[in-house]
Design a protein. Sequence first.
Length: 264
Amino acid sequence: LKTLSGFQDADILELLRPSLQTGLIQKIEIAPRRLTARRLSVPKKPTTRRRRSTVEKVEKDASIELSIFQDVDHAFSFVHDRIHESFYKQMNEDSRIFLHHRIGTLLKQHKPDQANLQKQNLFDVARHLNIGSPLITSLEGLIDLIQVNHIASKEAFHSAAFTQSEAFAESALKAINEIHTKIEPSFQYDQMFELQMLLTESKYLLQKFEETEEELERAREIAGQDKPNLITVLRMYVSLHNNLGQYSKAIKFGYEAFEILGAP
């Protein structure tokens, strides 16, 4: 809330007080994916009348100890998923797209250096921007969307979160296809091939074998005559057909790879 609204601590406390009092939200020690607010704190000795008044309300009306707001390493979550879903379902589609786009953009601006984004923060930024992608129309914005999803897909893959890796790679490839005529061919090729293989391997590890073969065909088209990338695709074909017990096909692709390598 503080990041999105720019409110001061006292204002945030005032916003949270009714929800805490009625039990809609609760303090948690480790933040889950859905947060109502993060890293809220108030001075131990409020210096303004407004802050003293707010803290007194929190303690008196909601019977909440001030210490709950003094620890910056906690967060707040909805008490139950259904409460979150209920609020979310009341929004129309345009409002959802606008809100997700705004949240993703502000979170990205808050941590503009992708290398310094924590893994979960990176995933959150990618998810929000993907839902809000209909509002991303500039070339710069779409390239940034590709980069965020690319990094998120790799992080998810290395964490064995293959469903997430698949989704992020698909979002990045969709964005590339929208602007392929406006970007450098080398950027398009390098990004597309790596993303295509991330998508393919994610589907393979999720045991979506029919889809894996379809994605391998696309990967081979992208690889073209690039020998290292073509070998990567053929090795994947061998693994797929071996796993399916289709050994003659695996041998066929293996021989093709040897021919490309110039093996006798």
